[in-house]
Write a protein that binds this ligand. Sequence first.
Ligand code: MG
Length: 374
Amino acid sequence: MKKIALIGSTGSIGTQVLSVVSKHPDKFKVISISAGENKDLFLKQVKEFSPKVATLKSEIDVSQFNNTEFYFGKDAFLNAVISEADLVVVSLVGFTGLKAVIKAIELKKDVALANKESLVLGGKLVTSLAKQQGVKILPIDSEHSAVWQALNFDFNANFKKIILTASGGALRDWDLNSLKNARAKDALNHPNWVMGKKITVDCATLVNKAFEVVEAKWLFNASFENIEVVLHFESIIHSMVEFNDGAVMAQLSSPNMELPISLALSYPNRIETNVTPLNFVALGSLTFNDVDNERYPCFKTAVEAAKKGKAYSAVLNGANEKAVELFLKDKITFGQIEYALKKALDSFTGGDETTYQGLELAQSFGENIVLETF
Ligand code: MG
């Protein structure tokens, strides 16, 4: 029985983690959960899973529960990272997820990671700490799960190139002139995946894919030169690895997060899922295209920020979070997201990426530039 601490239980990934756990009660037990704002779902989850520890951002009445220890507050989620866990799943959205990852590693726990910011901003910090403590970072992101599978679960395997696939997002067929004026409702209409709103917008700008390049770099010890991105509209190949002899290994499946989530929980084994089997004849053909810089200017900007190193990715992330927030509130257009990212990066001069505090400073710098601009 694998004991799971779930940090971020009410979001898109968190709820799917719980659904995998429910399907396999003989294999997994959730011993702690942590949620943010969604108190109704949180209470339902506490009732269903009776975790040892449960945490929520704001205080609520929990007098009906006798077997669960509760913690409330902004940083209460850290109380759900407990030493009894065999695996800590971090599916919080946003920069604070990094704190949970650091605590889990310090407790020498393997981490199943769905929080991008932990590697995009804190990749250096997280991977060096994980190495020092002898723990593994298991990817939940579908692309990195695909690479991990193509490498036969060997994080130290030799390879020539990682090829990440991208769906291109909801606006991939828009003509370039109208693209700049697209609104939230347009960008939220993702063709293949059902996900949270923030990440669906990041798919349309391809900022999500730029972040995944950085994640891949840290997870698989690759250099930027060895990571390529191709547009693949069907989202059937979730990513590929090319080896020195010219062989390419790809992982294919219907687009359904249940697979990478199940694998991160059950590793080193595979377990049954409800993922629809592929029917190759019905699929017909799979297509691939280059990433067009004119259509996806944010992709280039975000990758360049990461290549500059230091805390540039933290500034970019802060700016992107705020810009997407404004975009989702219909306060700015799609084209203004790129303007916001550029402006934040141009105003920044480095920062310190080796500590949480340094990254936090850079992140708020990016947020503030956007708030001042719009
Ligand atoms: Mg992904």
